[in-house]
Design a protein around this ligand. Structure first.
Ligand code: UT7
Length: 366
């Protein structure tokens, strides 16, 4: 994985190849082995990661005092012991700024050099302007284009797939992708079905070009709007603008059809791993770590059992953070790296699934 961004991209080699139009992979040359061709292919790679979670901890004991629930039920049914809650002055953009700054520092990149910032979120500071523009301003990333992307718990996978397309097409070289959510502002703390699940936080990664056989080997994103009702916040949008009636109906809170989502998530988890391994010509033995969206420890356990995947190959931190939607995969990725569970040359599979419905998988060689 990354040494400093500028060291990896210095020398102009990538740039000259990009400008000569050799993007998206070199044309096969008969005198090169397949391995050499693959190692020369232009890929999008992660150069640095970062994350931020608020200080305030909301544990199960405190939830027991808020709704009719108990620690044992929550731990057994979800694996969650505590989650983080944003302070009153914290927002999706402030958490994104901290995580993004950390990812740039890890990449050895001055944010002023960024070409693009994508913030994946379903809980932006405002309907407009985009949270990514607030991040751009705070980071001093004056050259960067910026937009928000809404794909719920698959947000980081969607945003990094877009970043990968931008990088391998030669359009951009330095892309900051952030997943950030303040779900506590859209959680109904009188509803025991949902309030136990969610937490706040942000995770980030800097993507750039690489031609050494590492980077994103495969990425695929999916959607099925037929099941749009399963996970929803309908109040406050243009169809149902904020009103006393929508507030009274608690429509501005997140509603979840838990059992249906449970089945969906378990199934796509298994399918996506099988498809990704097949597409990359790999087996589970080639994979160092699977980093799934932290939706529910039971969903993850069920999928891991069906796949016959050793449990130590699946990263879990839901016990400490709950479900942070688009932030969950990049927070887990950053923690896995910092804990030494992902090292240069290791292959990781990142998985997301959530509202939309949306889902996606990325195979990444560090
Ligand atoms: O990232 C995407 C967003 N996340 C999701 O969509 C969540 C996915 N689904 C899940 O994680 C699980 O379905 C839940 C954790 C939400 C629920 O677990 P479950 O095993 O599917 O429980 P259930 O909904 O079938 O409910 C079982 C019982 C019900 O009581 P009855 O009807 O059997 O008497 C619930 O009322 O558990 C009750 N219950 C609770 N009891 C104590 C529901 N929430 C709680 C609670 N504490 N917090």
């Amino acid at each position: 994985m990354s040494t400093a961004f500028n060291r990896r991209t210095s020398g102009g080699a990538d740039l000259s190849l990009l400008r000569a139009g050799s993007v998206g992979g070199l044309k096969p040359r008969s005198n090169l082995t397949r391995e050499t061709q693959l190692s020369l292919q232009l890929r999008s790679a992660i150069y640095g990661t970062g994350c931020y979670v608020p200080e305030r901890v909301l544990d199960n004991a405190e939830l027991e005092r808020m709704v009719e629930t108990d620690d044992q039920w929550i731990v057994e049914r979800t694996g969650i012991s505590e989650r983080r809650i944003a302070a009153p002055d914290e927002t999706t953009s402030t958490m994104a700024i901290t995580a993004g700054r950390q990812a740039c520092a890890d990449a050895g990149l001055d944010p002023a050099e960024l070409d693009l910032i994508i913030v994946a979120t379903i809980t932006p500071d405002h309907l407009t302007p985009a949270s990514s523009c607030l991040v751009q301003q705070a980071l001093g990333a004056k050259r960067a284009a910026a937009f928000d992307l809404s794909a719920a718990c698959t947000g980081f996978l969607y945003a990094s797939t877009v970043a990968t397309g931008m990088i391998t097409s030669g359009m951009y070289e330095r892309v900051l992708v952030i997943g950030s959510e303040t779900l506590s502002r859209f959680t109904d703390y009188t509803d025991r079905n949902t309030c136990i699940l969610f937490g706040d936080g942000a995770g980030a990664a800097v993507f750039g070009p690489r031609r050494d056989g590492t980077g994103i080997l495969y990425t695929k994103i999916y959607a099925d709007g037929e099941y749009a009702d399963l996970l929803r916040i309908y109040g406050g949008g243009s169809k149902q603008p904020p009103s006393l009636a929508s507030l009274a109906a608690r429509d501005h809170y997140l509603h979840v059809a838990g059992r249906q989502v449970f089945k969906f998530a378990t199934n796509v988890f298994v399918q996506m791993i099988e498809e990704a391994l097949d597409a990359c010509g790999m087996t589970q033995d080639d994979v160092a770590l699977v980093i799934p969206h932290q939706v529910n420890a039971r969903i993850i356990d069920a999928a891991v059992r069906r796949l016959g995947l050793p449990t130590e190959k699946c990263f879990i931190n839901i016990d400490r953070y709950g479900n942070t939607s688009s932030a969950s995969v990049p927070i887990a990725l950053d923690e896995a790296r910092r804990q030494g569970k992902l090292n240069p040359g290791d292959v990781a599979i990142l998985l997301g699934f959530g509202s939309g419905l949306t889902w996606g998988a990325t195979v990444l060689k560090m």
